[in-house]
Each structure stands twice: as C-alpha cells, then as structure tokens.
Design a protein around this ligand. Structure first.
Ligand SMILES: C[S@@+](CC[C@H](N)C(=O)[O-])C[C@H]1O[C@@H](n2cnc3c(N)ncnc32)[C@H](O)[C@@H]1O
Length: 294
C-alpha cells in the first residue's frame, strides 16, 4: 500500500505545528544562517522561479524572493495550515511569493516550471522520499537546480546530543526511530540521500557539511537565557515528545538536569549549541541527457 504522509499531516497541523508557531521568531533566528548557506548553494538569480518545499512560516521563501526580485516568483508549499497562515500574514502584496497548502510529494504543480527547488529542513518527512523527489523533479525545468539543507546525525549535533546526555538516567531511553523513518534526522546518512536522489532521477548530487551554533536562549540575563533554553528543549527538541508522556516529577528533574548542563556552557546572556547539517545540491538532467540526442 502506498503511504501518504498522514502522520506528518496530523503532526504539523496539530501539536508539532502549534509548538513551531509558538517559537517561530526564535526558530527563524536560530535557523537563519543554515537557510542562508543553502540559499547561497542554490544561487537564485534575478527573475527566476523557485519552489520552497516544506516552507513552514515562510522565512526561507522570503529570503529567496529577495534574490529573484520583482520579475521572479516563489511558490512555498507546505502541509501545515497554521504555519502557512503565519507565512501569508508576513508577506506584503508586492512580494513575489505565493503559498500553497499541499503535500509536496503529490501537490499539483506546473510541469517544467521552476528554475530551482529549495528547502530549509522541509524535505526529511516524506513516507516515500523517492516518489516525492521524482514528483518534485517533474516541476523543475530541464537542467534546473535542487538545493536543500538537512540535519546530519544526532551525535554530530550538540543541540540534540547535549540535552540527551544531560537527562540520561532520568528519562527512560526510547528506541531510536527506524533508520530512514520520516523525521528531522532521516536524511543524516548521505549515502541514503544520494540513493534517493539518484533513484528520483537527479544528477550531479553533492554534499557539503555546514556547521553553525544556534542560540537556544538569548535574554537580558544569563538565568533568563538558561530558562529559555530549557523551555525550548522541552517544547521543540527531540526530547519534547518523550517528556510529554512523563510524570510532572520526572519532567522537573529533567528540567533541573538541563539547567545544570546549560549553566556549564560559555556565553554571558545566551546558551549556544552547535548544529551540524548537510547542504545537498543536485541537478535535473537536461532533455539531451535524459533522452539522448535525436
Ligand atoms: C522543520 S519544519 C521547517 C519549516 C521551514 N522550512 C523553516 O525552515 O522554518 C518542516 C516543515 O515541513 C513541512 N512538511 C512536512 N511534510 C511535508 C509534506 N509532505 N509536504 C509539504 N510540507 C511538509 C512541515 O509542515 C513543516 O512546516
């Protein structure tokens, strides 16, 4: 049976979407450098048409729109109604961006229309990634570019590793997700991503590591910054879902352990944790490459 991203649809229109929305300003700040690096890799040019996959609240769509200018167009596609409401509210009428609520893996898109496909952490959630990327490739012009950013493995990402280590022995360990299961880390294995993109018909697949620190808490005082960082980890990080199901007492002990771990970090009024991502680029073959010279 063909799977249909139903779980992601429910999550991003439900609790995950609500949490993302509640933290959107801070998340955009934390992810900005990652998005900018991915934009540089896909090199949007004046008057080009771009597709932003899993655009969420639209920050990356706006970043691309600035690059393509008034003669260009950007379409942001996302399954989350609340995040798209936020995205629509943040664009002015003269910005060349429109948003579409749809599952990107089967959205009705114009064929051979876009000069580039882009995503900032929005392509790791497909049940069938090969089918999704093959479908999206159909919307790219021959020779069009693909560029996205996704997380590398948990042990390379301090923002994931440090909180997990801090609560070890307090929070019961849960089984890791099955390799490749849809989720933020499902594209951490570059061999797997390479196989997916090759099977979906892309050429010239390349990976570049991109590392950057993120401010989990930034406030007027060190104490406020630590409180913010703890709240952020409890709401958004990989621990959030596990802790939701635990008793109040255990959550309190986990919070104390996180506070202690963050207090040992450097930074006067912030808690900065390292993030590690792949910037992945590829290309839609030209007609000649696909079908040969006639
Ligand atoms: C980690 S968020 C990133 C959002 C945004 N790109 C950003 O950087 O702020 C992942 C996004 O992918 C979207 N998403 C997940 N599965 C999707 C699908 N099948 N089609 C379209 N969007 C999807 C979610 O709704 C969510 O907005």
């Amino acid at each position: 049976m063909r799977e249909d991203n139903a779980q992601q649809m429910a999550d991003w229109n439900g609790p995950t979407g609500e949490r993302w929305l509640a933290n959107q300003v801070r998340l955009d700040h934390m992810l900005e450098a990652f998005g900018n690096a991915a934009v540089e890799a896909v090199k949007p040019a004046e008057a080009e048409h771009g597709l932003d996959v899993g655009c969420g609240a639209g920050a990356s769509s706006l970043a691309i729109a600035r690059r393509v200018g008034e003669h260009g167009r950007v379409l942001g596609v996302d399954i989350s109604a609340p995040l798209l409401d936020r995205a629509r509210a943040s664009v002015s009428v003269d910005t060349p961006v429109t948003f579409l609520q749809a599952d990107a893996s089967k959205a009705i898109l114009p064929e051979c229309e876009f000069d580039f496909l882009f995503s900032r952490f929005g392509v790791m959630f497909f049940d069938d990634p090969v089918a999704a990327f093959a479908h999206l490739r159909g919307a790219l012009k021959p020779g069009g570019r693909l560029g996205f950013i996704c997380w590398r493995a948990a042990d390379e990402n301090e923002w994931i590793r440090l909180p997990l280590e801090a609560v070890d022995g307090i929070v019961p360990r849960t089984a890791p997700p099955a390799p490749g299961a849809p989720g933020p880390l499902s594209f951490s294995d570059r061999e797997r991503v390479s196989r997916i993109l090759t099977s979906a018909g892309f050429h010239d697949i390349a990976f570049k590591a991109f590392d950057h620190d993120m401010s989990f808490g930034e406030a007027g005082t060190r104490k406020e910054a630590i409180d913010l960082a703890v709240a952020m980890v409890l709401e958004i990080g990989v621990l959030a879902r596990t802790l939701d199901q635990q008793s109040e007492d255990l959550r309190m002990r986990a919070s104390a352990a996180l506070r202690d771990a963050f207090a040992h970090r450097s930074g006067e009024r912030s808690v900065r944790l390292g993030g590690a991502a792949w910037i992945v680029t590829a290309r839609n073959p030209t007609g000649r490459e696909q079908y040969g010279a006639r």
